[in-house]
Design a protein around this ligand. Structure first.
Ligand SMILES: [Zn+2]
Length: 367
């Protein structure tokens, strides 16, 4: 799936040939680099072949007559008008998450994809209310399916996995209340793997909703021991990030790139050591940045804002996480020092317990 996006803003050098950076130029070097990924949506990254197979099995219309046609149409290959246009393309993926078994399969495949990217520690996120929309599928079915897929994948490959529950801001509040209660109840349940539900997130349409509406739910998750990350400042301005810091006191922000140029917000992120989970290609596809070359990531890293590198919705964008490392190498001249710094920051900010992050640290933090 790599390089299926037409990179109009990228230099025409072959994959893995990163001029001027001998530490990353060797083919396969970036794939083998041990990585931490904290921002990947399992309900935003369903393999096109899996969409086709589940749709065939369950008679779900996907608007395509063949697997090949679906594989072409299911991937967004060029920038869309804005974030809303991209969110509309999630519908097919959402439709096939139609049973506990389908949710388990997609979770398993997300972990497998990350492992193939060289990820040693993955935090995978999902929105129960979003997955359940329009189906007779309960929050319990969904969480049970995610845990099943995660445990099967962790048994198959040497990778540590944590789970983050998401509330989509645009959904009815009672559905988000129910999802929060289900996530907390499962976390405390003692069920196998349930303690790995370690994070809590808000996503979707930041500018349209009163932040105070979700504050009690964020506090409920925090009291249950979950770490807090908030999608903010993706295409909204820095004031929204400042509000998110005030209202939710997160230790991480999803995207947050619009802090760039606002010295006060950047200072707060640095002083509070709030990590930005940065996803360059996603930002380009949603037109949050005009080009990959114009992405503020190198400036943020140089300024001392904690940042890490992520794929967001890789199957939707036709990329993998290694692609994001190649983007950084080719567009920003990043090499192993920058990648190591970002992976160490990600590891420090993981919501998984220290004994788990310590196991994943081998190869990322030189002893
Ligand atoms: Zn995201």
């Amino acid at each position: 799936m790599r390089h299926s996006v037409s990179w109009t803003s990228r230099p025409a050098s072959p994959p893995g040939s990163v001029e001027g950076r001998p530490d990353v130029a060797e083919p396969g070097r970036l794939r083998r680099l041990p990585k931490v990924e904290l921002h990947r949506h399992l309900d935003g990254s369903v393999r096109p072949g899996t969409i086709w197979e589940i749709a065939q099995e369950h008679g779900i219309p996907v608007g395509c007559g063949s697997r090949e046609e679906l594989e072409r149409s299911a991937v967004i290959r060029a920038p869309m008008k804005n974030l809303d246009s991209v969110l509309a393309r999630f519908a097919t993926q959402q439709a096939v998450l139609c049973s506990r078994e389908a949710v388990s399969r997609v979770t398993f495949e997300n972990v497998e994809d990350a492992w193939r990217d060289g990820v040693k520690l993955l935090e995978l996120r999902f929105a129960p209310a979003y997955i359940a929309e329009g189906k007779s599928l309960s929050n319990d079915d969904i969480i049970d399916g995610v845990l099943d897929g995660m445990l099967r994948a962790m048994a198959a490959w040497p990778i540590e996995v944590g789970l983050i529950g998401i509330l989509p801001r645009s959904f009815p509040i009672e559905r988000n209340v129910q999802a929060t209660e289900a996530l907390v109840r499962w976390r405390m349940s003692g069920a196998p793997g349930a303690e790995r539900i370690c994070g809590f997130d808000l996503a979707d349409r930041e500018a349209d909703f009163d932040p105070a509406l979700f504050a009690p739910l964020v506090e409920r998750a925090r009291e249950a021991g979950m770490g807090i990350t908030i999608h903010s400042g993706e295409e909204t301005d820095a004031r929204h990030i400042a509000t998110a810091l005030d209202v939710y006191r997160p230790s991480r922000i999803g995207h947050g790139i619009r802090c760039w140029g606002d010295h006060e917000v950047m200072r707060r992120l640095i002083e509070r050591e709030v990590l930005l989970e940065v996803c360059p290609t996603s930002n380009w596809i949603t037109s949050a940045v005009p080009s990959l070359a114009a992405h503020p990531l190198p400036g943020l890293l140089r300024a001392g804002v904690p940042v890490c590198l992520n794929s967001d919705d890789p199957n939707l964008f036709g990329i993998d996480l290694v692609n994001e490392y190649e983007v950084c190498a080719q567009e920003f001249g990043f090499g192993e020092p920058e990648f190591t710094e970002m992976n160490r920051a990600a590891l420090r900010h993981s919501f998984l317990p220290p004994e788990v992050t310590a196991r994943a640290a081998k190869g990322i933090v030189p002893s």
